[in-house]
Design a binder for this molecule. Structure first.
Ligand code: NAD
Length: 354
């Protein structure tokens, strides 16, 4: 197949890690007979430097015309003094909004080779952990009305959801569950919140279309607890923006290393935005020591969710596992007895194992 991929390396370690993911995707294309054309655009601080704004209309138009977008990370101290409305993160928020990606996918798996980095007891992670957290990204309390009293001593934030917003997110969750272990846990606070009651009713209605999927409902406080007590019980978890923000970071802590974690943001079609969950790591930029695996694994998600290339996505994931099995580690995941490698070398090692 032929696919157009826009890359947005961003700032600090962004260009270093995106270059490794592109290298691996090019190897996949060569091996499996595809052609991927990459077009690089500036986002965040890089775009402020080049054009004065963190996201230009031209870049957004290119992203919306592409089959998929692969991003590094944006921001850093160089732009700390820039006025709030033009900061690098604004570029990312505008990109997500402009691409209409409303579903954020955060897979959480523990690579057995990195189990030592997981803060949970070994008996808790003895069962395999493979969770897909699906967080709604464009609604909820983050986008509701805000109010602050004149004397600044009281404030409110409005939580709002419509059936349409819940349904389109839940549908992606059910479709995903069908391709996985056919289990879906919907997380809410329906004992207290009206939005959550709407959420639960909408999920229950949609569940009738997916009789093969085993659906459970969990209050968010219990879900936060269950994630650390018995994480292996979960397959797909769907939840709103606020609860998902918290639970997805909790799941990242369970996995142990920021540098390893990919993410995908999807909309109504197949076009998606793929990025590692970490930031631009200014403290280690320019030294070729960043861990590129979160970005490389985001490339695997891109193949799976935007291009429908499951075999190729699995090949990237297997190559990463193999490199870890062979004992290669970047500094952030290094432990005694392992071979320390840099960012470029890690990219080379994964590409060579495709
Ligand atoms: P960070 O994720 O950049 O770094 C936190 C720590 O983790 C640092 O010690 C860093 O060296 C390390 N780290 C992160 N990624 C790594 C990797 N791939 N390999 C090895 N080590 C890695 O978070 P921060 O320091 O809070 O933020 C730095 C900048 O990134 C800020 O400007 C922030 O706004 C921005 N940021 C951007 C995104 C994004 O683009 N989506 C997300 C989070 C933070």
């Amino acid at each position: 197949m032929h696919a157009n991929i826009v890359t947005l390396p961003g700032d600090y370690i962004g260009p270093e890690i995106v270059a490794q993911a592109v290298k691996v995707l090019e190897k996949v294309a060569e091996k499996y007979g595809h052609t991927f054309s990459f077009e690089e655009c500036a986002l965040g601080g890089a775009s402020i430097d080049a054009c004065g704004v963190p996201l230009t209309d031209e870049t957004l138009a290119k992203c919306n015309a592409a089959d998929a977008v692969l991003m590094g990370s944006v921001g850093g101290p160089k732009w700390d003094g820039v006025e709030a409305s033009r900061r690098p993160e604004k570029g990312l928020l505008a990109l997500r909004k402009g691409m209409q990606v409303f579903a954020n996918l955060r897979p959480c798996t523990i690579h057995p080779q990195l189990a030592g980095a997981c803060p949970l007891r070994p008996d808790i992670i003895a069962q395999p952990i493979d969770i897909m957290i699906l967080r709604e990204l464009t609604g909820d309390i983050y986008f509701g009305k805000r109010w602050r009293s004149e004397d600044r001593t009281a404030a409110t934030d409005e939580m709002a959801y419509s059936e349409m917003e819940v349904e389109r997110l839940a549908r992606i969750g059910f479709e995903m569950a069908m391709k996985r272990r056919k289990k879906l846990c919907s997380v809410d606070k329906a004992n207290v919140l009206e939005c959550s009651r709407l959420w639960r009713e909408t999920v229950a209605k949609l569940a009738k279309e997916y009789p093969e999927v085993e659906v459970t409902y969990m209050y968010v406080d219990n879900a936060a607890m269950q994630l650390i007590l018995r994480p292996s019980q979960f397959d797909v978890m769907i939840t709103g923006n606020l609860f998902g923000d918290i639970l997805s970071d909790e799941s990242a802590a369970i996995a142990g290393s920021l540098g390893m974690m990919p993410s995908a943001s999807l909309g109504a079609g197949t076009r998606g935005l793929y990025e590692p969950i970490h930031g631009s790591a200014p403290d280690i930029a320019g030294r070729d020591i960043a861990n590129p695996l979160g970005t490389i694994l985001s490339g695997a998600l891109l193949l799976r969710h935007s291009l429908g290339l499951e075999k190729e996505a699995a090949a990237i994931e297997a190559a990463v596992t193999q490199v870890l099995d062979e004992g290669y580690r970047t500094g952030d995941i290094w432990s005694e007895g392992c071979t320390r490698v840099g960012c470029t070398q890690m990219g080379d090692l994964v590409a060579a194992r495709i």
